[in-house]
Write a protein that binds this ligand. Structure first.
Ligand SMILES: [Fe+2]
Length: 343
């Protein structure tokens, strides 16, 4: 008689371990565990980083991957029917836009407010930056002496004719390019940004469709200089320590290096907002290293150290993140790129 009971219990434990808990009601604790659906523009080994969260909480996390713009459109078209609980982007502007379009719920969380610096989160708590990425200059040390860069305004310095035929950059459709240009508009106005982009084009900038291609081209000597997100360089160096590419922290004697955040907000019509908040808190605090280290990003949380490979590159001053500018100026940035013939 005991055997079927034990089998049933074991089955239930097994099912729980498989993280499907419906039917094992006696194991339930309040509202948890429950499944979360994340709409994510972040594509970097998320499952592995989130496994610890699931181990700790029993809350499983599923992902639907896409690009920032496409996922935001999907969220809007699904409305209250959306299965999404969390919207995760790789760009502050899209978080700002999602909040402005009333897709995100305000969170009241002292944990998040303490873990995330003020310029990396929404004042109303509708989104929080969770990882920091620098978009800076990389170069081939056989072709470039870093003293050639303008330490005050490194991005604009690449308009100097000495860089003719030596530049490679990311394509105009990437949010990375658009937010860099939006930050230049925010910094010194549209005319300035237009002059910079036009200068890159006049120098014959070669445009590529992803950051890895840029790094490979610099390594191969096909380009002397590129602008990429720092973590792609870390990733490539991890795979090949002999990669012939060095980072240069842009504009250290000026406005600082352009950075962006990967971050998230709770979808307004989430049916699991408590669990979603718990996930956000974990990502910013206890799980911050798991989350950022897997992709060689910088922690947003000042109490957390960056992983050793990027820590070796030293500290740098960053431009403040102005999410409103990245979001609000996005259309202007797209225009500036088109007008200059950047493609
Ligand atoms: Fe990326």
């Amino acid at each position: 008689m005991r055997r079927p009971v034990r089998t049933a219990a074991l089955l239930c434990v097994a099912v729980t371990l498989a993280l499907v808990v419906s039917g094992c009601g006696f194991l339930g604790i309040g509202d948890e565990p429950a499944d979360l659906q994340v709409y994510s523009a972040r594509h970097y080994d998320l499952e592995e980083a989130f496994a610890d969260f699931t181990d700790e909480t029993g809350i499983t996390v599923e992902f639907l991957y896409g690009e920032d713009a496409g996922l935001l459109e999907r969220l809007k078209s699904e409305g209250e029917q959306t299965p999404a609980d969390l919207f995760m982007t790789v760009d502050a502007g899209y978080l700002w836009n999602a909040a402005r379009q009333d897709e995100l719920a305000a969170v009241d969380s002292p944990v998040l407010d303490e873990a995330v610096p003020a310029d990396l989160r929404d004042p109303q708590g509708r989104w929080y930056g969770l990882a920091l990425r620098a978009r800076t200059v990389v170069y081939n040390p056989d072709a470039v002496d870093p003293a050639e860069f303008d330490p005050q305004d490194t991005y604009a310095g690449l308009t100097d004719p000495k860089w003719q035929g030596r530049l490679c950059m990311r394509d105009e459709t990437a949010s990375y390019t658009q937010s860099l240009v939006a930050s230049l508009i925010d910094l010194r106005g549209r005319e300035y940004a237009s002059r910079v982009v036009q200068g890159w084009v006049d120098n014959g900038v070669e445009v590529m469709s992803n950051d890895i291609l840029l790094l490979e081209a610099v390594d191969a000597g096909e380009c002397d200089v590129a602008i990429t997100n720092h973590y792609y360089l870390a990733r490539e160096l991890e795979a090949d320590p002999d990669l012939n590419v060095e980072p240069y922290w842009a504009s250290q004697e000026g406005a600082g290096t352009h950075v962006n955040i990967s971050g998230a907000g709770i979808v307004k019509s989430s049916d699991s907002p408590k669990q979603a908040r718990r996930l956000m808190e974990w990502l910013a605090a206890d799980g911050q290293s798991d989350f950022v280290d897997a992709n060689h990003e910088y922690p947003v949380n000042p109490d957390v150290e960056p992983e050793p490979l990027i820590a070796e590159w030293g500290e740098f001053d960053r431009m403040p993140v102005n999410a409103e500018a990245y979001g609000d100026l996005n259309a202007q940035a797209v225009d500036v790129l088109a007008e200059a013939g950047y493609r």
